[in-house]
Design a protein around this ligand. Structure first.
Ligand code: GLU
Length: 475
């Protein structure tokens, strides 16, 4: 699932922007400012392992400062290069605008294969990279706030936080310098599942519109639909688990680095994840047909209703696009469909739920985490018990007035105050629903807009342009 065509990715993102820009009627100068990457920081730094010194190549790109701080993950991968990080930072700007998260877009990348290093070595690299960002003022709760991305997770975020904190001991908001931290270290409940959960909410919302499903020849709702998932990392596995458990979707195919499997009548995703943890591979999963590494891409072309590319960019290109059978392509990864492939699939009448909307759940919950860090208080702490008591009082009055009583299970269900996880999920659900209908409305209103991606870009560009003008940045 490697990306060997970084320039294709950046080109695709720019092309998507241009396709949308013509529908906005905004002046060229303003569009050029919105499109450009504001700052690209490329560094090489040495790290000593035993007697050997390794020089590491790394990046941080801040695409847009129309809002502060800038925000976006840090990727650890051998394929990291400047254009890839620029493309990812660019997507972050539009992503944040679409879900009304008040940040500019950014992204970081460290060119290493994280699986070739020990945790101790990774810690050294992460701390050194953070120090480089601090030196250049490229990190801080009001400046630029990293988060996890491909190859990184809560562990790396806690190293970043700790490094930042030791340089800024007087900064009471230091915890807001990075999101995706472990819950025990100023993280937020629900961040790890957030991107996958957001992907599910987006799919569910799209499937709930009967008119659109009818056009695709599908039934309304998620129940009974089939799904193929490419990539079982954090995003792919949570998307699959939540789609199966909450949406009644049947996972029929899965692909990973070691190969792919397909089972027409469905794979229990929890069982498969357990199988992979025990055997180190999804291959030979009982009852499923296995495909070796070289043929793993084929699983994306198999019969299913929803295809979820959840790995890296450029996975569906002009070569395999015409063979995709799924009616809905749900972009859980960033940039999985090239501009040429998108054209082929839109012409074939498929619905593409674009990355800049669909995987925005991660940054949405990162925003909640950042707010939590700045407010220095857990969500739900003030009102949970108060609400619980109020609901309980209502039940008591109803019981008294009717002479009937509710049972314990009913009381527990009704007289309940929200915990942090409930509020995070509810906020994420609301965000994904509202954003979907904004985009869909734009597409419906303008007949010349043929796909949801263009509509999403139009939505984002208009919001960013309005920021520039209303802040007086633009004459
Ligand atoms: N890396 C994630 C993304 O691509 C999350 C970014 C964030 O939480 O800031 O959206």
């Amino acid at each position: 699932m490697a990306n060997n065509q970084p320039d294709v990715f950046y080109e695709s993102v720019q092309k998507y922007f241009d396709n949308a820009a013509i529908h906005t009627g905004l002046p060229d100068g303003l569009l050029s400012q919105i499109k450009a990457c504001n700052a690209v920081y490329r560094i090489h730094f040495p790290v000593k392992f035993g007697n050997e010194v390794k020089v590491i190549e790394a990046y941080r790109v801040q695409h847009s400062h129309h809002r502060s701080p800038t925000k976006g993950g840090i990727r650890y991968s051998n394929h990291v290069n400047q254009e890839e990080v620029m493309a990812l930072a660019t997507l972050m700007t539009y992503k944040c605008a679409i879900v009304d998260v008040p940040f500019g877009g950014a992204k970081g990348g460290v060119k290493i294969n994280p699986w070739e290093y020990t945790p101790g070595q990774l810690e050294k690299i992460t701390r050194r990279y953070t120090t480089e960002l601090i030196r250049r003022n490229f990190i801080g709760p009001a400046i630029d706030v990293p988060a996890p991305d491909y190859g990184t997770g809560p562990r790396e975020m806690s190293w970043i936080y700790d490094t930042y904190r030791s340089f800024h001991s007087g900064d009471i908001d230091a915890a807001g310098c990075v999101t995706g931290k472990p819950v025990t270290q100023n993280g937020i409940r629900g961040r790890t599942e957030a991107t996958g959960r957001g992907v599910y909410y987006g799919i569910r919302e799209a499937c709930s519109v009967s008119e659109d499903m009818k056009k695709l020849g599908l039934t309304t709702g998620t129940e009974g639909k089939t799904m193929v998932v490419q990539g079982l990392g954090n995003v792919g596995s949570y998307t699959a688990m939540i789609s199966q458990d909450e949406g009644g979707i049947s996972i029929v195919g899965v692909s990973e680095v070691e190969g792919a499997i397909y089972k027409k009548d469905g794979i229990d995703i929890h069982d498969l994840l357990k199988f992979r943890a025990e055997n180190g591979s999804i291959l030979n999963y009982p009852g499923a047909k296995s495909f070796p590494k070289e043929r793993r891409r084929e699983v994306m072309e198999f019969e299913c209703d929803i295809l979820v590319p959840a790995a890296l960019e450029n996975q569906i290109d002009k070569e395999n696009a015409k063979r995709i059978k799924a009616k809905i392509i749900a972009e859980a990864a960033n940039g999985p469909v090239t501009a040429e492939a998108q054209k082929i699939m839109v012409e074939a009448g498929k619905m593409i739920l674009p990355d800049l909307y669909l995987n925005a759940g991660g940054v949405t919950v990162s925003y909640f985490e950042w707010l939590k860090n700045l407010s220095h208080m857990r969500f739900g702490r003030m009102d949970k018990r108060f609400n619980q008591q109020t609901y309980s009082n209502i039940i008591n009055v109803v019981e008294e007035l009717t002479g009937k009583s509710v049972n314990d299970a009913q009381r527990a269900m009704i007289a309940r105050g929200a915990d942090e996880i409930d509020l995070v999920r509810s906020g994420l659900e609301e965000t994904m629903i509202v954003a979907y209908h904004q985009i869909r409305e734009i597409q419906k209103r303008k007949r010349s807009i043929k796909d949801l991606r263009t509509a999403a870009f139009v939505n984002a560009i208009n919001k960013i342009a309005s920021d520039y003008t209303s802040f007086g940045i633009w004459p």
